[in-house]
Design a protein around this ligand. Structure first.
Ligand code: MRU
Length: 372
């Protein structure tokens, strides 16, 4: 998508040095646009853990590129037991962020190939580079397809409203910055906007890291999509007053029964949407499904992050990005990164293969190869 009119992705191989991965460092947006070079496996782990890159799609791609850098390092350091070295690297990557299943999925996809290549390091490097590129390209095209399927929902609403503005509420950043390009939840919105459907997006600020007010608002603004930032607590009020036509969020992990883990606060929006008869959709690619688990609340691991994210707010002051303390210094804080929205509160899942019911039946109808 566009940054000052120039198309970018969130992650790519350095054009002049294929041992370096480049990413948009999202910690500085919307104030500064910074591209970071990731030249080592450790740097990739840090970039994921410290959220230089964040969002399920792009951390999956980053993990895949991390495995590629680990294989380059195995060669450079003449590692003897390559398989053990790369499996340990995979374990380390998986531990950087536990909730988004895309990350473990990408690492496993790399390892499944790597084990077949024994200790042939040149072949491992060649294949891990290819797999990382494929994962990134798939994310781009799958997100594009989500847009093509999801736009029908927005077209229907626009039709029912006789061409009046369609108001969409979204939470966190499930936009192109959270993926490799296009986004999941935002992809139908961008598609609708391109087709001339009048859309307006209510952007939840998304405390504590404000992915909505910093990232979603920025990327919608770059594309010219009308939007309004709201405090996290405002969604219910807007819904009661008929100001929200549909909610679309992303997903970090969805069980095969349709329970969805997404950024903390998503569940409350789903409850409010149900109470107000507003459709609540979740947009995701197949890499965000967890085919092993059926009970999201009991089984999805929820990341707990540093309390500093709650106690301090980051912003621009006299041209410089600064952090300020906004709580009593010594009060304890809790910082759960995600919550689980049970399938019963979800109207449908928008995937690259189409829209389905949030149930095992619905999901397997789109992914029959996953049915046991
Ligand atoms: O903690 P984050 O910023 O990585 O959380 C991101 C989200 O919760 C997104 O909504 C989710 O990853 C979907 S974007 C593909």
């Amino acid at each position: 998508m566009n940054v000052n009119g120039k198309p970018y992705r969130t992650i790519w191989l350095h054009p002049n040095d294929n041992s370096i991965i480049q990413v948009i460092d999202q910690r500085y947006l919307p104030h500064q646009f910074i591209i970071e070079d990731l030249a080592t496996f450790e740097q990739v782990c840090t970039a994921i853990k410290e959220m230089h890159v964040r969002g399920a799609g792009v951390i999956g791609a980053a993990a895949a590129y991390g495995m590629y850098l680990a294989s380059l390092e195995a060669k450079k350091n003449q590692v003897k037991d390559i398989q053990t070295f790369l499996h340990l690297a995979g374990k380390k990557l998986k531990a950087t962020r536990p909730t988004a299943v895309n990350l473990a999925w990408a690492v496993n996809r790399q390892l499944e190939k790597i084990v077949t290549l024994n200790d042939n390091i040149n072949l491992i490097i060649e294949n891990s580079a290819k797999i990382a590129q494929t994962i990134a390209e798939e994310d781009v095209s799958f997100c594009q397809n989500i847009g093509k399927h999801g736009v029908k929902l927005l077209e229907d609403i626009s039709h029912k409203k006789h061409g009046e503005v369609v108001n969409i509420l979204t939470h966190c950043n499930a936009g192109w910055l959270g993926c490799v390009d296009n986004g999941t939840a935002t992809s139908p919105i961008y598609e609708a906007y391109r087709r001339g459907i009048k859309v307006h997006v209510w952007v939840d600020e998304t405390r504590p890291r404000n992915q909505g007010s910093t990232l979603t608002a920025w990327e919608l603004g770059q594309e010219g999509v009308p939007h309004t930032i709201i405090p996290d607590n405002a969604g219910g009020h807007l819904m009661q007053h008929g100001l929200v036509d549909v909610v679309i969020t992303g997903s970090d992990r969805t069980t095969y029964t349709g329970d969805v883990a997404n950024k903390i606060g998503t569940y409350l929006k789903a409850v409010a949407a149900k109470d107000n008869n507003i459709p609540f959709y979740v947009a995701l690619t197949y890499s965000a499904f967890d085919w092993e688990i059926s009970d999201g609340v009991k089984q999805i691991p929820i990341e707990e992050r540093d309390g500093r994210e709650v106690k301090y707010m980051k912003g621009l002051h006299e041209g410089e990005i600064k952090e300020v303390l906004v709580t009593p210094e010594n009060s304890p804080v809790a910082n759960y990164g995600f919550d689980v929205t049970p399938a019963r509160l979800i109207t449908g899942l928008i995937t690259e293969r189409g829209i389905c019911q949030p149930s095992a039946e619905g999901i397997f109808s789109l992914y029959p190869e996953k049915r046991c």
